[in-house]
Write a protein that binds this ligand. Structure first.
Ligand code: ATP
Ligand code: MG
Length: 269
């Protein structure tokens, strides 16, 4: 689906937080699925050696012949890597554990921070007509995550509604600020999304209040609740939107996609 107001090429969003287990992969899969339901064509780029986004969308390890390792380190053409997920309009560039050596292999390359940036701007991208590219980052501020933030127009930060949630955030914000002064001057923060929230729980509510007090409009109004259907869905190789379309988790990710598509005033870090 083409949008005449959109600049040429997809909007590229890095889903990043160096803290592990905060909902990056869950958000990449389900926000991607929700955008696909809205008629957008979406590519999820899995750059986590754990390959959770690939598994969660039903791409078996033996089916991952060429992966984001080849894309980033071997100039492999996109057509060899991108596979269609069972959900129409939703595509994935899968990863495998091969990527765990990528950081070391990239260090010697003088373009080391720009490898994913360049790979996602190969002419073949146009043929797919992607509206959005969501990059699922590993839980580290590693060279892979830096590649994602250099390739991206914006960073989407899942924040788990839990004690210590805000602690790692200043390091992430600092990295984004540094990248703006160096490799990616137009990098924006797409927003912070609270995940696994339990509004009956005082601590979860306190984290939300703190996040809104410190980060203001950067925090999405939509909050993703803790919902067992969300955690079950990947073992059925489906986004929760397909696994249980009426679950609270599915509804929340649909609301997040709608909110993301709203026109908004640009905000800084
Ligand atoms: N809204 C939710 N409700 C219930 N469980 C959830 C929810 N979001 C995520 N989870 C579960 O929490 C765990 C961590 O989520 P996820 O894998 O998305 O985090 P991550 O940030 O990608 O982790 P990593 O840093 O290891 O890549 C998973 O088991 C996932 O199923
Ligand atoms: Mg993950």
């Amino acid at each position: 689906m083409s949008d005449p107001t959109r600049p040429k090429g997809p909007k590229i969003i890095a889903v990043a937080n160096q803290k592990g287990g905060v909902g990056k992969t869950t958000t990449a899969i389900n926000l991607g699925a929700a955008l696909a339901e809205l008629g957008k064509t979406v590519l999820i780029v899995d750059i986590d050696p754990q390959g959770n986004a690939s598994t969660g969308l039903g791409i078996a390890p033996e089916a991952r012949v060429k992966t984001t390792y080849d894309l980033i380190l071997d100039d492999a053409p996109l057509a060899d890597i991108v596979v269609k997920s069972p959900k129409g309009n939703l595509y994935i560039a899968p990863s495998t554990t091969d990527l765990s050596s990528a950081d070391i292999e990239m260090v010697a390359n003088e373009k080391r921070s720009f490898l994913l940036h360049d790979a996602l701007r190969q002419p073949a991208m146009d043929a797919y007509g992607f509206d959005f590219v969501l990059i699922d980052c590993p839980p580290a501020l590693s060279l892979l995550t830096i590649n994602a933030m250099v390739a991206a127009h914006s960073v989407l930060v899942p924040l788990q509604s839990e004690f210590f949630a805000l602690e790692g955030l200043s390091q992430l914000m600092l990295t984004i600020r540094e990248l703006r002064q160096t490799a990616n001057s137009s990098l924006r923060i797409e927003g912070v999304v609270l995940t696994m929230a339990d509004r009956r729980n005082n601590l979860s509510q306190a984290v939300e209040n703190d996040a809104r007090a410190y980060l203001g409009d950067l925090v999405f109004r939509t909050v993703i609740p803790r919902n067992v259907r969300v955690s079950e869905a990947p073992s059925y190789a489906m986004p929760v939107l397909d696994y249980d379309p009426n679950s609270r988790g599915a509804e929340a990710y649909r609301a997040l996609a709608q909110e993301m598509l709203e026109p908004k005033v640009p905000v800084g870090a």
